[in-house]
Design a protein. Structure first.
Ligand SMILES: Cc1cc2nc3c(=O)[nH]c(=O)nc-3n(C[C@H](O)[C@H](O)[C@H](O)COP(=O)(O)OP(=O)(O)OC[C@H]3O[C@@H](n4cnc5c(N)ncnc54)[C@H](O)[C@@H]3O)c2cc1C
Ligand code: FES
Length: 281
């Protein structure tokens, strides 16, 4: 059992948790994730390790309510226990001194990019971070991202903060003004695909962190398979990061939609019951 040490709302529908998991905290590296199960009957969901505190023996996860399990998790309180919390899983991000790196994040991907930019900056890279959100209220971790970047640029759909438009509009300006050696993108699939199209045109190496449906996280079930350069890869053990220019985006988009109807029914049932009984402490 893994204790919730703290829980904070950082934006509407987004919570930051510190979970007591000293063994994971010791080994976690940027780019890795955990798979958790709230209780015996719960489904297993993957979440990125957004940080680790060695002295407290805790791991930080940042969760956006997307459906039943994430909503149930967000209802849990400080002092509650999560049944299973397994990790660190997946390959760590390849951290090298590339020169100038542009890190592009959208939505809750901002939490996922934070450990990566911290590690890239510590390695001596110039880090330009571009964060996108629908509106200013949905921008998360602004101070932490700013502290870990040489430059922070913001794009919002409604223009309430930074530039009005998409992260790709900002990225285009950046790569036209200065030599960017590597782009790292994490966020909604359409955003990562748009970044990949832009950087392919400009011939800039680009890494993306993919978010296919995962079940066991050990390479056994095949749920997380993605096609990269015409080959099948299991994102949980061979990823989650891949060369953006080699990902079969259409296949990923269609595989993510396979359970949409069932996910909707399950979330509606969950809400009509007033949430998760097991998480009400
Ligand atoms: C490596 C990885 C890291 C992730 N990191 C984060 C993170 O740090 N913070 C965060 O908020 N979200 C993260 N996600 C997404 C998160 O796992 C899903 O939002 C969550 O599983 C949704 O479950 P649900 O029951 O709440 O919603 P559901 O209604 O079941 O699903 C909502 C949508 O989430 C996706 N999804 C559903 N089940 C899974 C699953 N088992 N595995 C992956 N995706 C699924 C599907 O696209 C689905 O349409 C990550 C996903 C992956 C693969
Ligand atoms: S989640 Fe089962 S093989 Fe990757």
């Amino acid at each position: 059992m893994f204790k919730i040490l703290s829980k904070k709302e950082i934006a509407n529908n987004i919570r930051s948790f510190e979970i007591q998991a000293p063994d994971i905290a010791k080994r976690a590296k940027a780019g890795q994730f955990v798979i958790l199960r709230i209780n015996d009957n719960g489904e297993r969901i993957p979440l990125t390790i957004a940080g680790a505190d060695l002295s407290a023996g805790s791991v930080r996860i940042i969760v956006q309510e997307a459906g039943k399990t994430t909503a149930a998790l967000c209802q849990m309180k400080e002092g509650d226990y999560i049944k299973d919390f397994v990790g660190p899983l997946g390959h760590a991000t390849e951290i090298k001194n590339y020169g100038t790196v542009a890190a592009v994040a959208g939505g809750v991907g901002t939490a996922e990019v934070l450990p990566v930019i911290k590690a890239l900056k510590e390695e001596g890279n110039k880090v330009i971070t571009i964060v996108g959100a629908r509106c200013e209220d949905l921008l998360i971790l602004r101070d932490e991202i700013e502290a870990a970047s040489d430059e922070l640029l913001i794009a919002t759909d409604d223009g309430s903060c930074g530039r009005k438009g998409f992260v790709t509009d900002v990225l285009r300006d950046v790569v036209e003004k200065e030599a960017v050696n590597v782009v790292y993108a994490i966020g909604p699939v359409p955003m990562m695909k748009a970044v990949a199209n832009l950087t392919k045109e400009k011939n800039i190496k680009t890494m993306v962190s993919l978010n296919p449906i995962m079940v066991d996280g050990t390479g056994m079930c095949g749920a997380c398979r993605v096609s990269v350069d015409g080959e099948i890869k299991f994102a949980c053990v061979e990823g989650p990061e891949f060369d953006a220019h080699k990902v079969n985006w259409e296949e990923l988009i269609s595989r993510l939609a396979v359970f949409k109807d069932l996910e909707k029914i399950s979330f509606e049932k969950f809400k009509s019951r007033g949430g998760c009984k097991c998480s009400q402490g």
